[in-house]
Design a protein around this ligand. Structure first.
Ligand SMILES: [Zn+2]
Length: 44
């Protein structure tokens, strides 16, 4: 199996500033929008 090291945003497809920390693979912008929408701060 081959693992992709380059992560792309699942939402917009960009691969700049993609956050792979939470296994969500969203870029900063999308992560911010989605994160706040889901109340991600509560899970800190
Ligand atoms: Zn994005």
């Amino acid at each position: 199996m081959r693992v992709r090291k380059v992560s792309t945003c699942r939402r917009c497809g960009k691969h700049s500033g993609v956050i792979n920390k939470y296994a969500l693979a969203y870029c900063r912008q999308c992560f911010r929008e989605i994160g706040t929408g889901l109340g991600f701060k509560k899970y800190s």
